[in-house]
Design a binder for this molecule. Sequence first.
Ligand SMILES: NC(=O)c1ccc[n+]([C@@H]2O[C@H](COP(=O)([O-])OP(=O)(O)OC[C@H]3O[C@@H](n4cnc5c(N)ncnc54)[C@H](O)[C@@H]3O)[C@@H](O)[C@H]2O)c1
Length: 260
Amino acid sequence: MSEWVLLLGGSTGHGAATAKRLSSDGYGIIAFHFDRGDAKKVAEETISEVSELTNGRCHYFNTNATSEEAMEKYIPKIKEITKGEPLKLLLHSIAFGTTTNFFGEKPVTQRQMDMTVHVMGNSILYWTQKLYDSNLLASGSRILGLTSEGNYLAMEGYGPVSVAKVAMEAIIRQIGWELGEVGITANAIQAGITPTRALTKITENWEEWVESTKKRNPMRRTTTPEDVAKTISMLLKPEADFINCSIIYCDGGESRSGAF
Ligand SMILES: NC(=O)c1ccc[n+]([C@@H]2O[C@H](COP(=O)([O-])OP(=O)(O)OC[C@H]3O[C@@H](n4cnc5c(N)ncnc54)[C@H](O)[C@@H]3O)[C@@H](O)[C@H]2O)c1
């Protein structure tokens, strides 16, 4: 097993914190991001920090990682980087989708639904299939995706992403069920509300949402990307070898807390 991890969405939020944490744990980082403008500047800061932490054992690609062309183009490069050794981790931490309601002023279109479900849900399956076929996943490899409370709650603007989360959870369960026999596990991490760039895109009222979440959360704060990164670091240890087809909550108990 090589000491390389592949992060889809590794420039900001949960993915960036995971890149930094796993760099400190000694892993080499291969990551995709898709950033323009101001987001690109933030990405560049992350990349230089990760590059320092890994002593240059890091490769970031700024492209849409969810297209079939990207998978075909980059998998051979990934194989070169790891010298053919399988990856320890495939993490899906991409946030890119349509945040609108099903009815009202801007009802979601079929194109938007298909795009959101592909980017935030189905794409983890196609990556897993192609990496597995290329022998880049093997016994001890982990597949992880990020889900949210929106997987079972309806809320303003979150419908398309909610559908993608449910699809991703089903895909992860099925991957773990099919590949468990070869020692590859697949799990979803349910993060609590985390103030990241993605959160600001869901609703204009995200700051109010953060404040009310702090009251509702038993630990009286929102989740941080570092909380999620620590959970991922823990799940890579051999002690977690038998955790499969599960949803792991990293939210301070938020999803178990009733209205305040
Ligand atoms: N922020 C929250 O409250 C929260 C809670 C639970 C789960 N999540 C989930 O965590 C995951 C990461 O979200 P975040 O909050 O860290 O968001 P973020 O906006 O900080 O990060 C998103 C990352 O995805 C990358 N990206 C976007 N489109 C891409 C594409 N087509 N190809 C490659 N990279 C792409 C961006 O460059 C960035 O690195 C998402 O799945 C999100 O739904 C977020």
